[in-house]
Design a protein around this ligand. Structure first.
Ligand code: UD1
Length: 371
């Protein structure tokens, strides 16, 4: 090994579930393009279906993971524990200079814990977001990950405020922008070449896109039935296309005895097809986190079917409106959009396609001078 290679900064990047893949992709590309970095990718296997995982690697040009821990689905404790156990073995063997985690899924927390217990510093990308709702598994993951991370890479000003209030030292916090938007910007032109709306029988600008998978919405039959009721009403006015998450598909089968909503149901879509669909939608209805951000950048109205958001800049600056799950509120906001009164938004600072470069700059400054 040359002396140059022996001085390379060795970063182990971790991804586990669908929303992680579009965040890790630009970071991997950036590190692999720079001299002096050696990046390894570990896939925890939290998501494993072709539609939930493989298609994202293909669409985003992410190289095959160096390792797949094959953890799969399971109860929260068991899933988290399995990633922790397997990741510890990997880290003991590879001893990277730092671990890079993204987002707020169980894999994020577990990989972070494994690393910090071994004295390996962690960079958390998308740190500081808070819904202030501890019934959300992701909120617990965010809080726990942030408290032990060494570099907190933040997407929006609320993240800096939250971390500062929680007592995190200011020099650990880096407001770098949004890596998910790096990916969106890198792929939008390619996505626009696809004929997804036409393939699904939809007319550009004349349909809505729905996603729904939060446990609070889909694990309770009454809640799910109520939501589907108002969504079916909307579908009678403007077609609602609904790529169904596996968790939601299971809830329809088990909790609603297979009684599927009368919407335009499709299987989960790949990254490019879903982006294509959002880009030409009249509006989007969702309980996802990332989609609130993507619609803000695309300038498409977004109605968030939750009581809160950990991404408040999408409301104060972007196109997002928090509508909760009350049918009257949802109906009223849909009326506004259909009568041309949707609030125009603007794009938050640093959501410009260069967030990964800023993150890798910080790592280079911090780790480049180590002995
Ligand atoms: C996880 C994340 C959530 C993220 C979501 C995106 C946590 C706590 N939650 O939720 O933040 O928004 O991913 O999808 O980490 N399943 C499959 N195939 C797969 C993956 C899952 O069929 O490839 C099914 C399994 O039945 C599984 C269920 O979906 O039990 C839920 O998967 P899980 O990873 O536990 O959580 P998500 O609801 O996907």
């Amino acid at each position: 090994m040359s002396s140059r290679a022996s001085r390379a900064i060795r970063i182990l990047a971790v991804a586990g579930a669908r929303p992680n893949f579009m965040k890790i992709a630009p970071l991997l590309h950036e590190m692999r393009e720079r001299d002096g970095f050696e990046a390894t990718l570990v896939h925890t296997g939290q998501h494993y279906d072709a539609a939930m995982s493989d298609s994202f690697f293909r669409d985003l040009g992410i190289p095959e993971p160096d390792l797949n821990l094959g953890v799969g689905s399971g109860r929260h404790g068991a899933q988290t524990a399995q990633v922790l156990d397997k990741m510890e073995e990997v880290l003991l063997e590879r001893r990277p200079d730092a671990v890079l985690v993204v987002g707020d899924v169980n894999s994020t927390l577990a990989a972070t814990l494994a690393a910090v217990k071994l004295g390996i510093p962690v960079g958390h990308v998308e740190a500081g977001l808070r819904s202030f709702d501890r019934a959300m598994p992701e909120e617990i993951n965010r809080l726990m990950t942030d408290v032990v991370s060494d570099w907190l890479f933040v997407t929006e000003p609320s993240g800096v405020e939250n971390l500062t209030r929680e007592g995190v030292a200011r020099d650990k916090i880096h407001l770098v922008g949004n890596v998910m938007i790096d990916t969106l910007k890198a792929h939008l032109a390619r996505a626009r070449e696809l004929d997804t709306p036409a393939r699904l029988g939809l007319e550009a600008g004349a349909y809505a896109v729905l996603t729904l998978h939060r446990p609070s919405n889909v694990d309770d039959p009454e809640q799910l039935r109520g939501l589907f009721g108002v969504l079916e009403e909307i579908h009678a006015r403007v077609p609602v296309v609904f790529p169904v998450h596996p968790r939601t598909r299971a809830s329809i089968a088990n909790l609603l005895e297979g009684e599927a909503p009368r919407l335009h149901l499709v299987d989960p879509l790949g990254y490019l097809e879903f982006l294509r669909l959002m880009a030409d939608a009249r509006f989007v209805l969702t309980d996802s986190g990332g989609i609130q951000e993507e619609t803000t950048v695309l300038g498409i109205p977004c109605l968030t079917l939750r009581q809160n958001t950990e991404r408040p800049v999408t409301v104060t600056e972007g196109t997002n409106v928090i509508v909760g799950t009350d049918p009257a509120t949802i109906r009223a906001e849909v009326d506004k959009i259909l009568s041309g009164k949707a609030r125009p938004g603007s794009v938050p600072q640093g959501w410009d396609g260069a967030a990964a470069a800023r993150i890798v700059d910080v790592l280079e400054r911090s780790l480049g001078s180590r002995p």
